[in-house]
Design a protein around this ligand. Structure first.
Ligand code: NAG
Ligand code: NAG
Ligand code: NAG
Ligand code: NAG
Length: 385
């Protein structure tokens, strides 16, 4: 009797252990901007958006999907690699798709990220004299869509909590555009630095709100080293206003700015960890995962360097704000996998793959992600049995 129940217990442990290994999370719920948008801006776009629709034309998507999907890259994004490695289908955009209102859909995941999206409401930048014509699906708007959909995807509060608790939630990257719009508008780095605490507060409020709704595992990425982006390198080109890092060629002040955002974010995440020890709060260090490539691009196969864009309107970094990638006057490289930068502001699939690997198979998350989800570390299967 005792013997057979022990056998049964071991059997059950093996079965549930395997279920855990194969299905760490039942779904992915994502919020953010163009680094994670898998098609929402495409759904929001109309013909009247004119030039800004360049991302809906080739060569966007050429490498993996062989057609534009609304992703700002030649192929997959970090969120796509996460979904693949968890054994989930690629996460569809919430807009224009049945999934937003469908339990089956959430069972696989739903993506609320919108390219151009900001952490703060548009009124914040407007009050500071910054106007932009981009889409303004702020984090608040994205959370609103999510909460609206809950009414139809779960039947009651405890049902919702269970659903959200078994999901992996990607909160960002978000906030990059709040800074981009102001800097592109000509605001000084010193002034834009004063926005950072507001951006961080907004992200932290969103995380807390999701925890209230039942979230148990959240990945919160920091900002990329924006001083290495072809767009900023072009904007500041030839100006003596900024200093460059000798090793990478990146703009020191802008990278320090991104580091400041990331430090504030991590400080606040530590506070949430103290209040909610039962929740997995995972900081994803996009900055340093990318920085290792900017320091030695050749080592990672980026034989055309990490600074120049593959696709763009020419100039020293193949970026021109008035000639976007896919515009008739733009040119695109023959071998995107040898470039880190795709279109000036966004990265190539090869770049996103390296960042993904560094985060989830390397050491660029805090805490280490593969200790929370064995699926991401195949050798973990053997050791957990
Ligand atoms: C829910 O998803 C299924 C397919 O998984 C689809 O057939 C059905 O129409 C969807 N329901 C709604 C209300 O969108
Ligand atoms: C921003 O959002 C408001 C409210 O949803 C909308 O009326 C406005 O048209 C949006 N602006 C842009 C540029 O999308
Ligand atoms: C909530 O929904 C779940 C699943 O749909 C059900 O099992 C549970 O009994 C419900 N709880 C209440 C209090 O209605
Ligand atoms: C950007 O492209 C426009 C249009 O072709 C051109 O007039 C302008 O000189 C370019 N700017 C730079 C910095 O190359």
């Amino acid at each position: 009797m005792a013997y057979s129940s022990t056998i049964l217990l071991i059997f059950m442990l093996l079965v549930t252990g395997n279920m855990h290994v194969n299905g760490c999370y039942t779904s992915i719920i994502s919020f953010g901007d163009s680094l994670a948008d898998t098609g929402n801006l495409k759904q929001l776009s109309t013909k009247s958006d004119g030039d800004s629709l360049h991302f809906l034309f080739p060569p966007y998507g050429e490498t993996f999907f062989h057609k534009p999907t609304g992703r700002f890259s030649n192929g997959r994004l970090i969120i796509d690699f996460i979904a693949e490695s968890l054994g989930l289908p690629l996460i569809p955009p919430s807009l224009g798709s049945y999934v937003a209102n469908n339990l089956t859909g959430l069972g696989q995941g739903v993506n609320y990220a919108v390219a151009g999206g900001t952490a703060l409401e548009p009124s914040f930048l407007e009050a500071r004299g910054v106007y932009h014509s981009r889409e303004n699906a702020s984090l608040g708007t994205q959370l609103g869509w999510f909460k609206e959909s809950l009414a139809s995807i779960c039947s009651n509060v405890s049902d919702c909590k269970h659903l959200i608790g078994s999901s992996l939630i990607l909160m960002g990257e978000i906030g990059g555009n709040d800074y981009n719009y102001a800097l592109e508008y000509g605001k000084s780095i010193v002034e834009v630095k004063t926005y950072v605490p507001f951006v961080i507060d907004t992200i932290i409020s969103a995380v807390n709100e999701l925890i209230e709704l039942g979230a148990k595992t959240l990945i919160i990425p920091g900002n990329l080293p924006i001083g290495c982006s072809a767009a900023y390198l072009t904007i500041f080109y030839g100006s003596n206003k900024v200093r460059y890092d000798d090793t990478t060629g990146c703009i020191i002040e802008l990278n320090k700015f991104a580091e400041y955002h990331n430090e504030l974010l991590q400080t606040q995440l530590n506070r949430i960890r103290e209040v909610h020890p039962e929740v997995n709060i995972i900081y994803a260090d996009y900055y340093n995962a990318a920085m290792q490539v900017f320091v030695s691009p050749y080592k990672y196969g980026f034989t055309n360097g990490a600074l120049k864009a593959c696709c763009g309107g020419g100039g020293p970094f193949n970026y021109n704000a008035s000639v976007a990638c896919a515009d008739p006057l733009s040119t695109s490289c023959a071998q995107p996998h040898t470039y880190f930068n795709w279109d000036g502001l966004h990265l190539t699939e090869a770049a996103y793959r390296i960042i993904f690997k560094s985060l989830f198979k390397g050491s660029y998350t805090t805490p280490r992600f593969n200790s929370l989800c064995p699926t991401l570390k195949p050798e973990g299967i053997a050791s957990s049995i």
